[in-house]
Each structure stands twice: as C-alpha cells, then as structure tokens.
Design a protein around this ligand. Structure first.
Ligand SMILES: Nc1ncnc2c1ncn2[C@@H]1O[C@H](COP(=O)(O)OP(=O)(O)OP(=O)(O)O)[C@@H](O)[C@H]1O
Ligand SMILES: Nc1nc2c(ncn2[C@@H]2O[C@H](COP(=O)(O)O)[C@@H](O)[C@H]2O)c(=O)[nH]1
Length: 205
C-alpha cells in the first residue's frame, strides 16, 4: 500500500499500559495536527463511551461483513472481541498530507507494518508487570477473569517490542507525550532531509 504524503503513526503496547490515556493527552496538546483513526469493534460499549467517538461499535455479524467487504486495514480478535481499523479513512487522510494516529494492539500493528513499512511504530511499555496489572485493575472495566487473560496476552505482546521503531516507558503520561511529540518531529525532519537529498542527487525540484 502506498504511504502517500502523511505520516502513519502507530501507538501500540499491552492492554492497560496507558495507550488510550497517552493518546488522549497527545491530542489535547495545542500544537498537534494528527488525525485520530477511530477503530471498529464488536466489544460491548463501556459506560461513558460514545459510538463514533471512542469506537464504531458493531455486532459480530456487522464486523464480519466489514472484513468480507475489505473495509479494514487490519483487524484481530482480541480476548473474545473483534477490533479493526477502517481503511478508507486512513488512506484518504494520508493522501490529504495529514498524519494519521492509530492506537491498536500488537497483532494489528504487525499487519499495518506489512502494508505500511514506512509508518512510525511506537511501543509503550509499563514500568513493571505488577504496575501493568495494577493499572488494569484500577481502571475497573474488566472482570477478574478478563484481567487474567489480558495479563497473559500482555506477556506475549511485550516480547514483540523489538519489532518497533521506538520503545517508550509510560512512567508518567506527560513524559510519554513529550517523547512521542519529539519522535514525530524528528521523523518528519529525517524524511524531509532524505527527500531533499534524493531530489538534489537526481537534479529535480
Ligand atoms: N503513566 C501512568 N501512570 C499511572 N497510571 C496510568 C498511567 N497511564 C495510564 N494510567 C492508568 O492506567 C489505566 C489503563 O490506562 P488505559 O486505559 O489508557 O490503557 P490502554 O493501554 O489504553 O488499555 P487497553 O489496551 O486495555 O485499552 C487507566 O486507569 C489509566 O488512568
Ligand atoms: N488491532 C487493533 N487493536 C485495536 C484497535 N482498536 C483498539 N485496539 C486495541 O484493542 C485492545 C483492547 O481495547 P479496549 O478498548 O477493549 O480496552 C487495546 O490494546 C486497544 O489498543 C484496532 O482497530 N485494531
């Protein structure tokens, strides 16, 4: 898949590490111009969540239809529910020259890497496994059984961090936000420098 003009930024990491919290903090910064890609999911809505804002909430049948119709850039079944990224929004937004920000789990990020090798892949890690469990428990959205399952998946997901361009410890949200912003700025500079070099060598404007 063509990367077009914008930068595709993928934030991933185990459940409960703080991806959603960090993403919301990134988007509340005044000088940010990323576009957030809202995912589709078949999981039930949590209290306070809004359809079309937090997720596009679908039945399993509707989600499977989206898969069949090729509407998803990537998808996975995670702890019993489907999650996926609507492809059209990502393509359209990148081709408008805007940066698109995905917040997705590890298997989906792997699929995106295959289609967008030029994307910027950032992996968020917790200070420790016990802190990770503590965060999922404190959030209070999952049953004990689901927390156990998410922790089992998390152990496997942490092994995948070597596939990412950057690894950031989410010790403090404001620190993680600063690091993400710095990485994106540096990546834009790097790409601009390379583009200029190529044009200079080829003698084109
Ligand atoms: N740096 C941090 N220090 C302490 N607590 C944090 C930090 N970042 C996030 N949290 C808390 O950890 C819990 C999990 O955060 P969040 O829901 O953002 O994680 P997530 O990675 O998006 O989870 P999931 O993948 O399950 O959606 C929340 O209660 C959040 O307030
Ligand atoms: N592969 C994808 N994973 C996604 C997507 N949207 C969210 N997620 C990840 O799923 C888990 C669980 O989310 P929760 O809201 O139920 O806590 C979490 O790691 C999300 O980042 C997606 O489109 N594709």
């Amino acid at each position: 898949m063509e990367t077009d003009k914008g930068l595709l930024i993928v934030l991933s990491g185990p459940s409960g590490v703080g991806k959603g919290t960090v993403r919301k903090a990134v988007f509340s910064e005044p000088d940010i111009s990323f576009e957030y890609s809202i995912s589709a999911t078949s999981r039930p809505m949590r209290p306070g969540e809004i359809d079309g804002v937090d997720y596009f909430f679908k039945t399993r049948e509707q989600f499977e239809q989206m898969i069949q119709d090729g509407e998803l850039l990537e998808y996975t079944e995670y702890v019993g529910n489907y999650y996926g990224t609507p492809v059209q929004y990502v393509k359209d937004t990148l081709s408008e020259g805007k940066d698109v920000f995905l917040e997705i789990e590890v298997e989906g990020a792997k699929q995106v890497r295959e289609k967008f090798p030029d994307g910027l892949f950032i992996f968020l890690i917790p200070p420790s496994l016990s802190e990770l469990e503590n965060r999922i428990k404190t959030r209070g959205t999952e049953s004990d059984e689901l927390i156990k399952n998410r922790m089992l998946v998390a152990r496997e997901e942490l092994k995948m961090m070597n596939l990412y361009d950057y690894v950031i410890e989410n010790d403090r949200v404001d620190h993680a936000v600063k690091k993400i912003k710095a990485i994106v700025i540096a990546e834009h500079c790097r790409r601009t420098r390379i583009e200029k070099r190529i044009k200079k060598l080829l003698g084109v404007d």
